[in-house]
Design a protein around this ligand. Structure first.
Ligand code: HEM
Length: 445
């Protein structure tokens, strides 16, 4: 059955207030929003091959040239995806060596927090820096000091850019690029942020090229140089110096903001629910004790802590609308015709809060991940990293970081909001959904 997009809108919205699919016009793109676990699963896995592209517009084109991984498509995307996954694995993802890198970084975080002497502070920048250092050690082959002003500025530009991306000015730029080019506004700020972050990356790439030794790759950048050599006759694959810059940008941005925002939510929920914090600490004391640091091998023995971390990810919902997709061919979804080139928004919020899938869907409840015996159990609707062939390539890295950082913090510190203040669950909306700035005290246990 072929129906046009307006037909989709009228039928679903009329029959069902919270329709499973509905269409709207966003910028210059026909867009279909997909809701509920069963529908999102259909789009991302069962019929995933028809929904694998990313949409583009003048803003994305200008920011990324549709190179690298996140906004790339077709053959070049496939080659970059394969290369990125195997290179991350080569540098430790899914292996013990990654645990070592994370725990070395924890030592720096621990010291910085000890330096606060239990006084309230805003944890955003140090957490952002600590988390970013994990992906930086794989991509740039080094970490950056928390006092490195230039790097702190990069992190702040990145956070700002992610917020600006959802500004109405960016939508307007998508619709009227030539006109908007003549006007000042947040779109100009966004371009400037990206320009500065790209300049920083280019400088790092140039330094790498100066002493590159193909026989001993130090990091992602070195491996990409080798790939450029290997693929010099395969132009379509898009491995060249510019592609390298955007591939690094993708990992740097995606590998920093999402995980650090999740940790910030973890702090917020632990301040808000001190009784849950105490239960996590009791489990850490029982399984790990106080004389050694937690290890990834402890996770199977810590069902309650594992449930709390998953619940933080579910309710924190840091990438609420995933990253948009686009139909790469005409397709039929649930009887509705969706033409090639339609933007698709998989509404992860509708899945992570789907009332048919969760014991408690709209509030914080670790029981969502525990069965009657108190064992950890993961419902199928837990998909904060998305699912299917284009799902998040950083999932296992992020999961390891979240477990090790979270348990190490709670092993050493009691987390509380400054005297007399109520912990707020207010959020800021951008490409990611993050808590509003807050202060926290870390008191040694
Ligand atoms: C809690 C942490 C994280 C969450 C919740 C998250 C979530 C997501 C989601 C929802 C997508 C869209 C997938 C899709 O279109 O189906 C995505 C894509 C992506 N993520 Fe993550 N992510 C996290 C951490 C990371 C980390 C640590 C990295 C670094 C390696 C990373 C790198 C990427 C990249 C490169 C893409 C684009 C993949 C592609 O287009 O093929 N993410 N992530």
């Amino acid at each position: 059955m072929h129906v046009n997009l307006m037909h989709v809108t009228r039928r679903t919205l009329k029959s069902d207030h919270y329709g499973n699919i509905f269409s709207l016009h966003l910028g210059s793109l026909n867009t279909v929003v997909v809701n509920s676990y069963s529908m999102v699963k259909k789009v991302l896995t069962d019929q995933g091959n028809c929904f694998i592209h990313r949409p583009t517009n003048d803003v994305i084109e200008r920011l990324t040239k549709c190179q690298g991984l996140t906004f790339n498509n077709g053959y070049s995307w496939k080659q970059h995806r394969r290369f990125t996954l195997s290179t991350l694995k080569f540098f430790g993802v899914g292996k013990r060596s990654l645990e070592f890198i994370i725990m070395e970084e924890y030592k720096f975080l621990h010291q910085s927090i000890m330096d606060t002497n239990g006084l309230p502070f805003d944890p955003h920048y140090i957490i952002n820096n600590g988390v970013s250092n994990i992906i930086c050690s794989m991509v740039f082959g080094k970490r950056f000091e928390y006092t490195d002003k230039r790097f702190l500025n990069m992190l702040s530009l990145m956070s700002k850019a992610l917020k600006l991306q959802t500004s109405v000015f960016i939508q307007l730029y998508g619709a009227f690029p030539r006109l908007m080019d003549l006007l000042p506004g947040p779109h100009k700020e966004l371009f400037s942020c990206f320009h500065q972050v790209c300049a920083f990356i280019k400088e790092e790439v140039d330094k790498h090229r100066a002493d590159w030794d193909p026989s001993s790759p130090r990091d992602f950048i070195d491996c990409y140089f080798t790939e450029i050599e290997k693929r010099k006759h395969d132009l379509e694959a898009g491995f060249h110096e510019e592609g390298l810059q955007y591939a690094v940008l993708d990992l740097f941005v995606a590998g920093t903001e999402t995980t650090s925002t999740t940790l910030l939510w973890a702090f917020v929920y632990m301040m808000k629910y001190p009784e849950i914090q105490e239960k996590v600490q009791a489990e850490i004391d029982k399984v790990v004790g106080r004389h050694r640091r937690p290890s990834i091998d402890d996770r199977p023995c810590m069902p309650y802590t594992d449930a709390v971390i998953h619940e933080i990810q579910r309710i924190g919902n840091v990438v609420p609308l995933s990253v948009p997709r686009m139909t790469n061919e005409d397709t039929i979804l649930e009887g509705y015709f969706i033409p090639k080139g339609t933007q698709i928004i998989p509404n992860l919020t509708s899945v992570l809060c789907d009332q048919t899938k969760w014991k408690t869907n709209h509030s914080f409840d670790p029981q969502n991940f525990l069965n009657a015996q108190g064992e950890f159990e993961k419902p199928e609707a837990f998909i904060p990293f998305s699912i299917g062939k284009r799902s998040c390539p950083g999932e296992s890295l992020a999961r390891m970081e979240l477990f090790l950082f979270f348990t190490s913090f709670l092993q050493s510190f009691y987390l509380s909001s400054p005297d007399g203040t109520q912990t707020s669950l207010d959020f800021k909306f951008g490409m990611t959904l993050s808590p509003k700035p807050f202060k926290i005290s870390f008191t040694p246990r």
